[in-house]
Design a protein around this ligand. Sequence first.
Ligand code: DAH
Length: 345
Amino acid sequence: MKEKVEALSEELIEKISKISNKKELNDLKVEYMGKKGIITELQSGIKDVIDKKEYGIEVNKIRTLFNDNYDKKLNELDTIELNKKLESENIDISLPATEIPIGSPNILESIIEEVEEVFMSMGYDVVDGPEIEEDKYNFELLNIPKGHPARDAQDTFYIEDESILLRSQTSPVQARTMLAAGGNKPVRMICPGKTYRRDADDATHSHQFMQIEGLLVDKNISLSDLKGTFDVIAKKLFGENCETRFRPSYYQFTEPSVETDISCFACKGSGCSLCKNTGWITVSGAGMVHPNVLRNCGYDPKVWSGFAFGFGAERLAMLKYGINDIRTFYQTDLRESKPFDRREV
Ligand code: DAH
């Protein structure tokens, strides 16, 4: 029996060494361990021998040998299979990467942040106000009483009777800020925010747009403080060579009122279509806070004075990035908005 098992073992090792895939390995298993397999038959032959102990030991030897070699071979084949798979999935790092579209900052937001930064560096607070506003703040406290023709200029969306509306300007935040300050301390604030008017949308009008309101109230404030402040922001946004000027204007809540102009950065003053051949571009309305407004909001105009201004945020962005249709900001067409990240003044 011993010799038989030794011969079988040699044969088994020889066969296993030649196996090169899992199918062959499985066939070998059937050949040796299957129902009628060589080892299975040996095992059942025990009933016919006298020295069962020795026979049993020898059968066990060949069974263990089979199992050990089978496991080893299976491991080997698995490793070969895995290596082949890894090889075929090799990543070619020299291939161009798949382009993943990433977002870019919204240019309106960028402009607003830029303006906020300049004003914060001058000690201004950035404040917020409600978009659904009371007539009282949007008009009345700003020296625009009911029935006043100045209201017509701002075609307002009313929500409830005539007292609740979508704010037509960010100026109501002036009133709110002064009232909250209590009439006895200086105020420096800017308020960027959405505004609404019943305008028909076209290249230069939108029923929803953004303004950046500004207000400074203190003692001994004059128009020259406004001029100096405007100069700082204009140079910051449009370059060191940007010049500024004021033109007389009319707003109900400022006296005197002005339109603020910057020198045309496109033609440097010689005249072009952007500045309508004037050499100047208007960027905001502004003025000295009207005494009535100061009084309405708890500030004694004999003691306090101040200036206010209102930029159109889209207008700033349109000028800075050469956009000629305000509707571009409110369309979600990526083909339109994508080029903006590459444009520079
Ligand atoms: N609220 C004005 C508008 O919507 C803009 C404006 C002009 C704001 C003069 C001001 C200002 O604070 O002083 O047309």
